[in-house]
Design a binder for this molecule. Structure first.
Ligand SMILES: *Cc1c(COP(=O)(O)O)cnc(C)c1O
Length: 426
């Protein structure tokens, strides 16, 4: 997946996952083996192994590298399961190569302890224009989510469905999870009036809002979200997960608005942000949260001293720099532009409904009875090497009907579209 890093140790020959591989190149490689009609016995055997792997993976899909390791005969060409901006990954790798690997600084980064949590927070705070005592650095957002659920959440948490499953899976055994189902009839838009009624009725001590939401891409506009916070001042913990916010633009241009600057007004608010998706660096495990200083202190008194790796620290250094931010901004806008075109093209496919999304993935509903989501996923993977996600395990979605498709590079998206068209025809 390393792609076109200017690293002479890397072969230049395009490989699966290489960025910049043209759709034509992929087509030429794949065309000879494309068959129409039902899967052959060999293909069916592969599909059965994919289904088995998925079953063993529980509520997260096995990653593309895991699938390839377990089923080496599969030829995976596009990973439309992982929800990241591939252009941002390239940007990070370019910087890493130029500033760390080529000058021979990798050893130092890996041999020694990275800075402590507080020190990294100080550096990042200046880049984000935030007060450092409000920043908590995590080993991925997931560590912060666990920390909040285990340390601040009490006996009841309110979670919207469908959702990112750790929010209901990782609660303490004495925490009751109450669900608010967001309906497909509403295009997965949260009914705010109904939500606030549920909050008043159930009196949860923690509420979770993912904005934009995973897996449907539903979005609550900034002004509405702030109005909701006003109505929820009595709720002790309000967790807003902005892991996909960089893809959600509001108003003119491509600007996005983060709640991080509202922390001062809402002491109950905690904003969680993963770096994995918008910067395409899930492997370095980096995330942060913005919350009241007493909360940060309470977490740090409990541990998390050296919870970033040297690579994550280097990433946060980069992220704090204005030159990197300007480069990243260009990658972000470029990616959003063609992602929008991709989603529009998806809506023209027959027999499916594509829900409006403010994120970098689209939730697609199969509106036919002769094909299940899992069969479609297997067909895409076995026949075309396109890995998308069946959502059968997602609470709040009708099983067998939904898949989630991530936007990748432009040429990969073209390839995904063609693969879907072909798979839906049969
Ligand atoms: C992927 C994801 C996370 C986890 O991010 P990491 O930083 O990789 O731990 C958190 N929240 C949501 C909504 C996600 O989709």
């Amino acid at each position: 997946m390393i792609g076109q890093t200017p690293n002479r140790l890397q072969p230049r020959k395009p490989r699966p996952f290489d960025l910049g591989v043209s759709a034509r190149w992929l087509e030429a490689r794949v065309r000879p083996v494309i068959r129409r009609g039902p899967l052959s016995s060999r293909e069916t055997a592969l599909a059965d192994r994919i289904k088995q792997l998925k079953k063993e993976a529980g509520s997260h899909s096995p990653s593309a590298p895991t699938i390839l390791k377990m089923i080496p005969e599969l030829r995976m060409r596009v990973d439309a399961c992982f929800l990241s901006n591939p252009y941002a990954t390239e940007l990070f790798l370019d910087n890493l190569y130029r500033e760390i690997i080529r000058p021979g600084k990798l050893r130092k980064l890996l041999e020694f302890y990275p800075s402590q949590n507080r020190v990294i927070a100080d550096k990042l705070a200046s880049g984000l224009g935030l007060s450092p005592d409000r920043l908590f650095i995590g080993n991925g957002a997931i560590e912060i989510i666990q920390a909040i659920l285990h340390r601040f959440t009490g006996d009841k948490i309110l979670v919207n469905l469908p959702t990112f499953s750790p929010y209901h899976e990782f609660v303490r055994p004495d925490t009751q999870v109450v669900y608010n189902v967001v309906r497909k009839q509403d295009d997965f838009q949260l009914d705010i009036g109904e939500y606030l009624q549920t909050v008043r009725r159930e009196k949860p001590d923690t509420v979770v809002l993912i904005n934009p939401n995973n897996p449907d891409g539903g979005y609550i506009p900034y002004a509405k979200l702030v109005a909701m916070l006003e109505e929820m001042r009595e709720v002790p913990n309000v967790l807003v997960d902005e892991s996909f916010l960089h893809f959600a633009c509001e108003g003119d241009g491509f600007a996005y608005r983060s709640l991080t600057h509202e922390i001062g007004r809402f002491p109950n608010l905690m904003v969680v942000k993963s770096m994995s998706k918008d910067f395409g660096v899930a492997g370095i495990r980096a995330g942060y949260a913005v919350m009241a200083p007493e909360r940060v202190k309470s977490l740090l008194d409990n541990g998390y001293l050296w919870n970033s790796s040297g690579l994550a620290e280097y990433f946060f250094d980069l992220y704090s720099r204005s030159d990197f931010q300007a480069d990243y901004e260009r990658k972000r806008v470029h990616y959003i532009r063609h992602t929008r075109r991709f989603f529009k093209a998806l809506t023209t496919l027959p027999g499916v409904h594509v829900y409006p999304s403010h994120a970098n993935f689209a939730l697609v509903e199969l509106r036919r009875d002769d094909l299940t989501a899992e069969d479609l996923i297997c067909r895409l993977l076995v026949r075309r090497g396109v890995y998308a996600r069946a959502c059968d395990d997602k609470k709040g979605l009708e099983p067998g009907k939904f898949i989630r498709v991530a936007s990748r590079t432009r040429s990969e998206n073209r390839y995904i579209l063609r693969a879907l068209k072909e798979a839906l025809r049969s």
